[in-house]
Design a protein around this ligand. Structure first.
Ligand SMILES: [Zn+2]
Length: 148
């Protein structure tokens, strides 16, 4: 889908910006159900001295503040890297309906039992997840060669 690629291209541009600033190379974008960009974010962990300042957290925060609404139901979140557990919970709590990821994480944190379930985080539906959009470009900015 061209929209997915365009939005992921912007995520990867944001990842490059983050990297140039000394942050971790990750970008995110949220689009509404019509595919229109609503908000974006990039990693700022180092420049803001804040371990929670991930690209997806910034994108969710910017979107909910802009829309003055806690629910992002029907929207799609794009991420150049696989959302971590913290971001996954934020994505669920915001009710994001779809998540598009360029490159999966190389070292996923093993969590048992897996907490990222509908039962564990209320009654919001699980988002649909698509992997691999512009994966090569996302891995490049992360200085990684291939997906695990
Ligand atoms: Zn995260």
């Amino acid at each position: 889908m061209p929209t997915d690629q365009n939005h992921m291209r912007r995520c990867i541009d944001l990842a490059h910006e983050a990297k140039e600033e000394g942050d971790f190379p990750f970008g995110s974008l949220i689009a509404d159900s019509g595919g229109n960009p609503v908000a974006e974010g990039r990693n700022r962990e180092v420049t803001e001295s804040d371990v929670t300042w991930h690209a997806e957290m910034e994108a969710v925060r910017n979107a909910t503040r802009k829309l003055r609404c806690r629910s992002l139901e029907g929207m799609t979140l794009y991420a150049s890297g696989e959302p971590c557990l913290m971001c996954a919970v934020a994505i669920r709590r915001a009710g994001i309906s779809r998540v598009v990821v360029a490159a999966r994480t190389a070292n996923p944190i093993p969590v048992e039992p897996h907490p990222f379930t509908a039962e564990a985080f209320g009654d919001t539906p699980m988002p649909r997840v698509t992997y691999g959009i512009l994966e090569r470009e996302a891995l490049e900015v992360q200085d990684r060669e291939s997906s695990p």
